[in-house]
Design a protein around this ligand. Structure first.
Ligand code: HEC
Ligand code: HEC
Length: 252
């Protein structure tokens, strides 16, 4: 079965999967005080954000670390009442939500910051998550880090895949001090990249939100509008479905 070029474009192009949920009204920047979304954003310093995220991670884990580093700086610029935002709610996201190792907390916290600070958070999420799947991370190490850090590639937005890949590469245990620090460094790298993306969007640049060609090919049959339409996901398929059934159609 061949996939039409149109179907592929539909899946990979801008706006794919949009419109599946009713959009909540997003107010004009700053119009509703702390409740008006998005909060007014002006470019932040990526490295300073990474360092602050590393620091925050020590107090409240990865999701809190990433979110607080980004939104906390904006809140400080905006002053009261923004500074009294209860940042601590995001400590629940530690280790992929209370140790369940689902979505990496650094991604979850960054996505929450996008939702708070951008009128168009969806392309930011896609750009950050596909970057995280693809890159050897961390690509930024705060000066305060004590251990030498080995970059590893998660191939997935999941905490579980990221920690397993790192433990395998680094030859360290998952409850070691090195792994603990490594997730702080990863939080720094992710929050840093989130700010690079926020800055780019605020400057009117087009973001690279691409899924891998193989994942797009899988989605063309299994995702929205495909012949089967039996799943919903943008995650890289190959990380989990390494072997397909013998009778599975050939994937282009
Ligand atoms: C040309 C269309 C097409 C493409 C492209 C495609 N699939 Fe499928 N896939 C199918 C069909 C048809 C079935 C069989 C469905 C059934 O029996 O209900 C299937 C079944 C599956 C199954 C269940 C059976 C098995 O093999 O384990 C999985 C998992 C799956 N596909 C994953 C993938 C992944 C991952 C990709 C990309 C690498 C992919 N598919 C690309 C059409 C496609
Ligand atoms: C994090 C791991 C993971 C990723 C990533 C993932 N899947 Fe799955 N997938 C599963 C699990 C677990 C199931 C349910 C168990 C099963 O049926 O094998 C499943 C089920 C499926 C099924 C139904 C299988 C059946 O037997 O009918 C299809 C089709 C499928 N996935 C396709 C995809 C495609 C396409 C992608 C990429 C867009 C993808 N999956 C990404 C883990 C994953």
């Amino acid at each position: 079965m061949a996939i039409s070029r149109r179907a592929l474009l539909r899946l990979t192009g801008a706006g794919a999967l949009a419109g599946t949920l009713p959009a909540l009204a997003r107010g004009a920047a700053g119009s509703g005080g702390m409740r008006g979304l998005p909060w007014a954003y002006g470019a932040l310093d990526p490295d300073a954000t990474g360092d602050r995220a590393f620091d925050g991670y020590q107090r409240g884990h990865c999701m809190y670390g990433a979110f607080e580093a980004i939104a906390g700086q904006v809140a400080e610029r905006l002053g009261p009442p923004f500074v009294s935002f209860p940042f601590e709610i995001f400590t629940y996201g530690g280790c992929g939500v209370n140790g369940w190792a689902t979505l990496c907390g650094a991604l979850n916290g960054s996505a929450a910051a996008f939702q708070l600070l951008s009128a168009k958070p969806e392309p930011l999420i896609d750009a950050l998550f596909s970057w995280y799947e693809r890159e050897a991370l961390p690509n930024y190490v705060p000066a305060a880090a004590r251990f030498r850090n080995l970059p590893s590639r998660a191939g997935s937005p999941l905490c579980h895949a990221s920690i397993a890949a790192w433990c395998r590469g680094a030859g360290k245990r998952s409850y070691s001090p090195e792994r603990q620090e490594r997730c702080g460094v990863l939080t720094a790298a992710v929050a840093r990249q989130a700010v690079v993306l926020l800055n780019a969007q605020a400057a009117g640049k087009v973001l690279e939100t691409g899924l891998s060609g193989t994942t797009a090919a899988c989605m063309a049959c299994h995702e929205k509008g495909g012949a089967l339409e039996d799943i919903r996901s943008k995650m890289s398929c190959g990380g989990c479905h390494r072997v397909l059934a013998r009778e599975h159609p050939t994937v282009p």
